[in-house]
Design a protein around this ligand. Structure first.
Ligand code: UDP
Ligand code: GLC
Length: 385
């Protein structure tokens, strides 16, 4: 079957989960498709290494930092929005459709439809709730989606539900989960795992990994609270503040320096060797205090054959069956998290069973191959005639 010609668009080139998802899709469609970014950054290099064509429509910082709640200030960016939408329409010539991978990319793409662009699909990676988006922001995005989107792909049912709750039309929705290559995890050499552990200098101590950008709602502080009374446990925090959350990083560092925790929290920054790092852990934790739209790290932890403990909300509920292939705990509940950690480190055979069930779940339901089929089906009817 001939592949669709897709113009993928994202406003950021920072490596968040939505951008890693885009990297996989654009790589699979590299023969026919192209990516348009509103800013240069690491995503561009990663795409080019995968032989994906990339262009940049340089947007101003004002537009990139724009919150739709910004009142009259936001009006100053209207002419720029119109121009970038024009640029996008030009770039999209000869393509079957535009796939907007972020909210700002979608708003611009919706305007591009007024300038004669091909049909626009929005791949929505966020849960549209008041916690993350202002009312006006949600209203604008949902209004534009209902009016201009040929379809809204969502990364989980939870994301779809929130879209409908915000006034979005249910008939536009199609769930396309994230997909993963298990091979990247299966090929990790024992030596690499040993090197990681010996560099940490932790001997045989139980190690818990939290793989996420440093941000309050990702809940790193919940894990640190949970291990305060587990003196043998060490933690690696993998990731950095991608969107300017420096104040939270400062608070987290202060917490980690407390006598109960000192020397047990290891800061690894942003890393590209996630499979090996996960394999070096005994448990992978996900601690978001708000519903996670999907939660790539949960599936990755399962592929690394580690027991995953995640927050019981949002997309995580679609990835973990509690007590079968992972564990769930109430958002923000450090005591419940501590109990689960204790249970898993004191019962290695239980940990092993949960890990193996998780591996089966991830391989069966979230392989990149399966997800590419569902993506291809989802976009099938949107081709321009
Ligand atoms: N990740 C990474 N390096 C890091 C920390 C995280 O490559 O240092 C990856 C992680 O493996 C996952 C993604 O970033 O694939 C984060 O996606 P997730 O859906 O968990 O959360 P998001 O940050 O997108 O909300
Ligand atoms: C977003 C969400 C995350 C999801 C990712 C990929 O970054 O916050 O939960 O896994 O997109 O869809």
């Amino acid at each position: 079957m001939e592949q669709h010609k897709i113009l993928f668009v994202d406003h950021t080139a920072v490596m968040g989960g939505a951008e890693l998802s885009l990297l996989d899709l654009a790589t699979a469609y590299s023969q026919t498709s192209k990516v348009l970014l509103f800013k240069d950054g690491p995503l561009r290099d990663r795409l080019e290494k995968a032989e994906v064509k990339v262009s940049i429509a340089q947007a101003s910082e004002t537009m990139l930092n724009l919150r739709t709640s910004g009142g009259l200030n936001s009006l100053t960016t209207v002419p720029e929005l119109w121009n970038i939408a024009g640029h996008m329409t030009q770039e999209a010539k000869g393509y079957d459709l535009i796939l907007a991978n972020s909210q700002k990319a979608f708003v611009t793409a919706a305007i591009a439809t007024l300038r004669g662009s091909p049909p626009v699909l929005w791949y929505l990676h966020d849960i549209l709730t008041a916690k993350h988006f202002s009312r006006i922001n949600r209203m604008v995005a949902v209004f534009l989606a209902n009016r201009f989107a040929a379809k809204v792909l969502v990364n989980s049912q939870a994301t779809g539900k929130a879209f409908v709750a915000a006034g979005g039309k249910e008939e536009l929705l199609e769930v396309v989960y994230n997909g993963f290559e298990s091979q990247k995890f299966d090929i990790v050499a024992i030596q690499d795992i040993e090197t990681i552990r010996s560099q940490l200098g932790i001997g045989n101590a139980p190690l818990i990994g939290l793989f996420s950008r440093l941000s309050y709602w990702k809940g790193q502080h919940i894990l640190l609270d949970a291990i305060k009374e587990l003196p043998q446990v060490h933690v690696i925090l993998v990731g950095e503040a991608l969107f300017g959350e420096q104040e939270y990083v400062f608070k987290l560092k202060t917490l980690a320096a407390m006598p109960e925790l000192a020397g047990r929290v290891h800061w690894l920054g942003f890393r590209d060797d996630i499979p090996a790092l996960m394999k070096a852990c005994d448990i992978v934790a996900h601690t978001s205090t708000e519903p996670e739209p999907f939660g790539r790290v949960i599936v990755e932890g399962q592929l690394a054959q580690k027991p995953v403990i995640a927050t019981a909300a949002g997309g995580a509920l679609e990835l973990i069956e509690d007590g079968i292939n992972g564990y769930l705990f109430p958002p923000g509940d450090a005591i419940a998290l501590r109990r689960l950690i204790q249970k898993l480190i004191s019962d290695r055979s239980l940990a092993e069973t949960i890990a193996q069930q998780g591996y089966i779940n991830a391989k069966t339901n979230f392989s990149l191959e399966t997800i590419l089929v569902s993506f291809t089906q989802a976009i099938a009817q949107c081709q321009q005639s």
